[in-house]
Write a new protein. Structure first.
Ligand code: SF4
Lengths: 198, 463
C-alpha cells in the first residue's frame, strides 16, 4: 500500500447524495481477477453514453476539474461491498474522498487501499462545493498527521476523525494482515476454547 | 446492565482487544464466491501464505453464472475465466466448492442456511453486503471487502470496530397479504437508506417472532439497505426446528447441546440499545419503491411523493434526480402502471416459500402478453424441490420459465438484464440506477406483488 501523509491538490466536485457503489463501478465490469484497470470504468454510466461517447455534462469529462481529491455528497459508497469501487477511484487517480457521510463498508475498503475517506460537516462540505463552483482551481489540503482538511484561499479548515491504528497504517503504508499475523499464537489459543457444535 | 444479543455473540469471538473500540474477531464461517475472492487469493499468495483455515471456508459460484444450460461451458469468456479461477483457487487451498453442476450450488446466502452451515451464535462473513441474511439465525453476519476476505484467508480473523446497536421492534399482527419483504421495505422507507449506518440491528417484537425462518432471512437480508452492517433475530423454536436435520447441522446429542446454548442467545430484558424504533404491524401494507435507493418506498396505494412534501433541499434534489431516471412524476399513482418485466429471484426472495407463494397465486392463471418474467431459484436444492412439488409445471402453464440458480438480474452481471428504459417489478433488494442493466428501472416489491403484476401486465396488488 502507498503511504499517505499530506495531500495538496485541486478537487473534483460531485454534489450528489447517496452515490452507491453500483454507480462508482457497475457490476458488469467486475469480471476481472486482478485489482488494476478499474479506473477506466469509474462512474461508467454517468461518464459515457451507451455508444461509448463521453457525456459532456459529467464532471469527470469537464477539463476544468482535475485533481487527487473527490468531493461528494452525503452517504457516499452505499450499497454493494465491492472493493472494486475503492480500486476504481484509486486507479483513476484519487487519493482522498471528502464527504459528509460514508457508508461503512466503503469506508473500510477505502482505508484498506490507501484511499483516504475524510468525513466533514455538511456545512463545511457545502462551503467546499461553493468554492469549487466559484474557482475550479481551488486548492484543498488534507493533512493526515494533523487530521485536518483546509481550503487556504478562504481560510477555512476543519478537523476529521480517523482511528489511531488506521492512521498509523496509512502513514506507514502497512496493512492489517501484517499486524494480525503478529497475533497468530493468540488466534491458535482462542481456537482451542471457542464454542463449536459441528 | 444486561447485554444485547449482539454483544453476547461479539464477545464470544474477541481474540484480542486492539483498542477500546476495535477488536480482533474470530470468524467461524467464511463464505466466498467468484467475484470478490480472486484478488484476495492472489494477495495471500503474494505474501507466500496459504488459506489458514480452509475447513471454515465454503465456496460457491453465483454472481456471474448463466441461468440457462449450466451444464455447458460458460460462453462469455471473462465470466468463464472468473468461475474457473475460483475452482483453481479452491483446489489449491483445499476449500470445499459447491460450483456449477454441484447439487448444493446456489446463491451464497441461500445455500448457507439450507445446508445448516449457518447456525446461531456464529460469526459469518462473505465478500458480499447481503451476508446480513444469516443474521436471521442469531449470528453476527456481515459483508466485507476483498482486502478483508484476504485478512480472513490469512488469519481467520478480522479487525473490526464495534458498531453501535439498534433495536427495531415490530409488534402486533400483520394484515393479510403483507409479507416480510413489505415489512423491511416499510422499515427502510421510515429510517432511510443511510439511517442504520454505524449500527448493527436486532429485529424483535411479536410480528417478527411470528415469521418463518425464510421470511426472517428476507428481513435481515436488507439490513444493509438502510446502511446497517447487519441485522439479527434471536434464535427460538422456529430457528431450531429449521436447523434440525440439515446437512451440516449438529446431530444427536450435539444438537441437544447446541440448542441448550443457542437458547441463551437473546438480549437481556434490561439490555440497552444505542437506538430504538418501534413499529406497529397493523400500519404495514404491501410496499413498492419508486426511486433509486431502497429507502424511496411507498405503500402500493400511495402516490409518488412530491418535492413539496420534503423540507430538505438535498432530499428534493435527490427526488427530482431519481424520478427523472425512473421516468416517473411527482404525485403519480403506481398501481395500474404498465410494466414489461418481472424478476422473481435474488438472495432476498428466491427460496422455496417464495416460489410456493408465487405458484399458489399464478396457478390456473396466465401471464399478460407484454410480460417477460424471470424466475430464478436461489439454489439447486430449491430448484429440485420446486420440480418435486410440480411448481415448474404451474409456472410453465402460466407462461413462465423456471431457470437455474444464480444472482442473475439482481445485479445484471450475467446476460440476464432488464433493457434500457424498461420497468421491472423485482423481488431483489436494490433499485440503484443501472443495477439490473444500464438504464433499467427497478421497482422493488414482494413476490406476491411481482406475481400479480406479471399476471396483469401492470403494477398490481395481489387480491
Ligand atoms: S442475489 Fe443479488 S444481492 Fe444477493 S448476493 Fe447475489 S447479487 Fe448480491
Amino acid at each position: 500500500m502507498q503511504k499517505i501523509s499530506i495531500i495538496k491538490s485541486t478537487a473534483v466536485p460531485l454534489p450528489e447524495d447517496n452515490v452507491d457503489t453500483d454507480q462508482i463501478i457497475p457490476a458488469r465490469f467486475l469480471k476481472a481477477t486482478s485489482r488494476e484497470g478499474f479506473g477506466d470504468n469509474l462512474f461508467r454510466d454517468w461518464r459515457y453514453n451507451s455508444d461509448g461517447s463521453p457525456k459532456e455534462d459529467f464532471v469527470l469529462n469537464n477539463d476544468k476539474f482535475q485533481g487527487e481529491i473527490l468531493v461528494a455528497g452525503k452517504n457516499f459508497g452505499s450499497g454493494s461491498s465491492r472493493e472494486h469501487a475503492a480500486w476504481a477511484l484509486y486507479d483513476y487517480g484519487f487519493k482522498v474522498v471528502i464527504s459528509s457521510f460514508f457508508a461503512d463498508i466503503f469506508k473500510s475498503n477505502a482505508l484498506n487501499n490507501g484511499l483516504l475517506p475524510v468525513q466533514v460537516s455538511e456545512q463545511f462540505l457545502n462551503k467546499i462545493f461553493k468554492e469549487l463552483e466559484k474557482d475550479p482551481g481551488t486548492i484543498i489540503t488534507v493533512d493526515l498527521p494533523e487530521q485536518k482538511v483546509s481550503v487556504d484561499s478562504i481560510g477555512l479548515s476543519e478537523s476529521f476523525e480517523i482511528s489511531d491504528y488506521k492512521k498509523k497504517c496509512l502513514i506507514n503504508g502497512f496493512d492489517d494482515i501484517d499486524y494480525i499475523l503478529t497475533l497468530k499464537n493468540e488466534i491458535i489459543d482462542f481456537e482451542k476454547q471457542r464454542v463449536k457444535f459441528s | 446492565m444486561g447485554k444485547t444479543l449482539f454483544e453476547k455473540v461479539w464477545e464470544r469471538h474477541v481474540v484480542h482487544k486492539v483498542s477500546p473500540s476495535t477488536d480482533l474477531l474470530y470468524i467461524d464461517k467464511h463464505l466466498i464466491h467468484e467475484v470478490t475472492s480472486p484478488q484476495a487469493f492472489s494477495g495471500i499468495e503474494k505474501r507466500g501464505l496459504k488459506v489458514f483455515r480452509p475447513e471454515n471456508t465454503v465456496a460457491t459460484a453465483d454472481h456471474n453464472v448463466p441461468t440457462k444450460d449450466q451444464h455447458l461451458p460458460i460462453r462469455e469468456a471473462l465470466s468463464r475465466k472468473q468461475v474457473e479461477k475460483l475452482s483453481e483457487n479452491c483446489k489449491n487451498h483445499g476449500i470445499e466448492l459447491y460450483g456449477l453442476g454441484h447439487p448444493y450450488q446456489g446463491i451464497v446466502h441461500v445455500i448457507g442456511p439450507e445446508l445448516g452451515i449457518t447456525q446461531p451464535g456464529m460469526t459469518i462473513v462473505c465478500g458480499d453486503s447481503h451476508t446480513s441474511t444469516h443474521g436471521a439465525f442469531g449470528s453476527i453476519a456481515f459483508g466485507i471487502g476483498t482486502s478483508e476476505v484476504e485478512q480472513v484467508f490469512a488469519t481467520q480473523c478480522l479487525l473490526q470496530k464495534k458498531p453501535k446497536t439498534m433495536r427495531i421492534k415490530v409488534d402486533g399482527e400483520l394484515k393479510k397479504g403483507v409479507l416480510s419483504k413489505d415489512i423491511i421495505l416499510y422499515i427502510i422507507s421510515k429510517i432511510s437508506s443511510s439511517g442504520g449506518t454505524g449500527y448493527f440491528v436486532e429485529y424483535a417484537g411479536s410480528a417478527i417472532e411470528s415469521l418463518s425462518m425464510e421470511a426472517r432471512m428476507t428481513i435481515c437480508n436488507m439490513s444493509i439497505e438502510m446502511g446497517a452492517r447487519g441485522g439479527m433475530i434471536a434464535p427460538d423454536e422456529t430457528t431450531f426446528e429449521y436447523i434440525q436435520g440439515k446437512e451440516f447441522a449438529p446431530k444427536g446429542e450435539n444438537f441437544e447441546k447446541a440448542v441448550a446454548d443457542w437458547s441463551q442467545l437473546k438480549s437481556d430484558p434490561d439490555a440497552e440499545f444505542d437506538s430504538e424504533y418501534v413499529f406497529d404491524a397493523a400500519d404495514i401494507e404491501p410496499m413498492i419503491t419508486y426511486g433509486t435507493n431502497p429507502g424511496m418506498g411507498i405503500k402500493l396505494n400511495e402516490l409518488v411523493p412530491a418535492e413539496s412534501d420534503l423540507n430538505d433541499e438535498n432530499a428534493r434534489k435527490s427526488l427530482a434526480k431519481s424520478l427523472n431516471y425512473m421516468g416517473l412524476h411527482q404525485g403519480e399513482k403506481l398501481i395500474g402502471k404498465p410494466v414489461n418485466y418481472v424478476f422473481i429471484g435474488s438472495c432476498t426472495n428466491s427460496r422455496i416459500e417464495d416460489l410456493r407463494l408465487v405458484a399458489n397465486y399464478v396457478k390456473g392463471k396466465k401471464k399478460a402478453d407484454n410480460i417477460t418474467a424471470l424466475f430464478i431459484p436461489g439454489s439447486k436444492q430449491v430448484e429440485l424441490q420446486a420440480k418435486e412439488e410440480g411448481i415448474d409445471k404451474i409456472f410453465s402453464e402460466a407462461g413462465f420459465e423456471l431457470r437455474e440458480p444464480g444472482c442473475s438480474a439482481c445485479l445484471g452481471m450475467n446476460e440476464d438484464k432488464v433493457p434500457e428504459g424498461e420497468y421491472c417489478v423485482s423481488t431483489s433488494n436494490r433499485n440503484f440506477e443501472g443495477r439490473q442493466g444500464p438504464g433499467a428501472r427497478t421497482l422493488l416489491a414482494s413476490p406476491l406483488t411481482a406475481a400479480a403484476t406479471a399476471i396483469n401486465g401492470y403494477i398490481s396488488v395481489a387480491e
